[in-house]
Design a protein around this ligand. Sequence first.
Ligand code: ADP
Ligand code: ZN
Ligand code: ZN
Length: 755
Amino acid sequence: MTLLATCQVTLARPVLQSFTYTVPDKLAQSVLPGIRVRVPFGQRREIGLVESVDLTTESSSHSAGKTRLREVLEVLDEQPLLDDALLQLCRWTADYYVAPIGLVHRAALPPGSLSSRSRAGINPKKHQVIRLTAELPTLLERDRAFGTARRQREAFEVIEGLGGSAALSHLDTGLGFGRSIIHGLRDRGLAEIVEETVERDPFEIDDPVEAPPTSLTQDQQNVLGGLIEQLTTATSNPGVALLRGVTGSGKTVIYLRLIQAAIDAGRTALVLVPEIGLTPQTVARFRAVFGDGIAVLHSGLSTGERHDAWRALRDGRKRVAIGTRSAVFAPLPDLGVIEIDEEHDGSYKQSETPRYHARALAAIRARTEGALLVLGSATPSLESWHNALEGRYRLYELENRATTHQLPEVRLVDRRNRKAESSASVLSDDLRDAIDARLRENRQTLLLLNRRGYATVQQCTACGWVAICPACNVSLTWHRRRARLVCHHCGWAEGVPGCCPECADEELSFGGVGTEQVERILSETYPAATIARMDVDTTGGKWAHGRILRRVRDREVDILLGTQMIAKGLDLPGVTLVGVIDADVGLNLPDFRAAERTFQLLAQVAGRAGRGAEAGKVLIQTLRPEHPALRHTLTHDYVSFATAEIADRVAPGYPPHRRIANLVISGRDETSVADAAEGLADWLESTIETGGLSVSVVGPAPCPIDRLRGRWRWHMLLKAESASDLGPLLRFAASHSPVGGSCRLEIDRDPESLL
Ligand code: ADP
Ligand code: ZN
Ligand code: ZN
């Protein structure tokens, strides 16, 4: 009997299991868990990650399978990329979310680590940028410069709106301005085309960063004292802290001081933020304090820079990491504290496989590594709030702003009984007057509309035809500047029909006002005002966002209009008015989180008002002023909203009362998908009965978006009293369910959205 060394290797493939390889003697010392290896797979060679190494007896391994095991070919790292704690975290993620372990490993490692092809990316890529070289301050000059070249003028104004420069690729594919238009601008001597490094690191731009306050308020001191005590006295398992602090209550300085305490104790710290591009100010404040000691993990880094940051963290040269969702896997040894800012934010849940929630992983990681997890928000997720009320999390609250500035006064503008779609009524008289007043006083206004494009529904008034995406069952949005109808789910774009394709009638109506239309209305209503728009269409370049913000902060902009991106964590002291064009956009979605999301968004955007010396005001236009998500926004009353909303979720059995999973079956053939969904539901019912599990199946039914990217979609919801009943059922379903053939089953555990 001889001993045989084997190892479990995971490959970045959509399969649940790992693969067994033998370890040749010459590699026996270097094949370790967490290290990358090159292995044969079919006819090819692939890069995989060693999950575990085992010693077996030669005979048992032979009887285990008929096929002979193949050998590891090469070891690629000197040290493990993932230590035991992180390997455990990945394993937990794969099990809990029923996700392919290799894809979890890929998500946990710097991008490209498991790809057998790409070794590049060390050098930053260049791209072509157009930069305006002329200003045309008067309308007359513009008319003269462009004459009949309307598209060139539009392009000029778009680039202006982006801060004076834009990537050609963004103008082209994103906004529909082809090269001939761009070259036209250059040939008129209005712009130049230059090479620029892709994705300028937003943090190289030396933004003036406000120094952290030197002294804390009494409330802040109490919270910090409690957190430090929690961090230092219970070293084996400090648990979870929920910090609910109204917008402007000064949570950041608490995060900073807590990290300092962890570092002083010889430990490390991890900070998660929703989206780095959207939170440059938050990141800058951490950078200002920790300087080179902090690694910023963001998608703008090249692969090489990512690896460098990784090694610096792993080797202890940097002791603090800040990043988005995937930074939850940052290799920090001796982790002392994890902080999740805006913990309620939906971006912490990954919307594709592996569909993990960074907050859940952070909780697991904190527990296994003995770290303190701090969740911070003005409007905590109802799950976290519920956990705090039930005593599982320790609750800390900051009810007041840290400065003398009061929370803004909020008013609802009841829009019922008005012709909703005429452009005149997009801005109510109240809102228009308020903007007027700000313009007169040289103050700034922030306007939120969470719907981009010009109009979201094009319909024939004669026969009722609606423009629908050929691949998705959703209406196409008219992007006027691009002169295209666009699908916001798959990106499909087509020309705007001159008449109805069904009945040839020329009377098409345009419903659902989007940001592009509001921008136009604003510029017609306030011709003298400088207006900037911020949404996915104007911020195509990752850091264009920062550029627009800088113009707002420098008071070059009077009115900033945008989608939810303008709501996040911005500190713009010149803003004294926040207007919400249509608060009902998100409220009417067929999703159980619609009210929660709306309340969070409104509270967040309201929090942008009055952060400077002057009091702020918030006007919210709605057709549903009596809805709790709106009523409680009036008084900034999170607790009452949460209490009402949690009570409302008892009867339908939604989180936080039940643990749920959304099972989506999709395929190209409508009938097969419906049949597969029915079959799966029956199979689940009988499995639940046999196993004596307390799980219920709701559905099957077509998904709210029943066709997406060419695939028909049905779903069912599993609801369970406890996570421990749901997990085994989901794992069993993933490997044994009858869904097969042309249909695909996707499992989304703890879904953020059911669309
Ligand atoms: P939050 O993240 O809770 O919304 P911030 O941390 O951004 O709030 O703080 C809001 C503002 O209050 C910032 O301008 C910050 O500098 C200021 N601030 C915070 N704490 C204090 C303090 N103790 N004294 C004076 N100003 C403070
Ligand atoms: Zn028609
Ligand atoms: Zn589509």
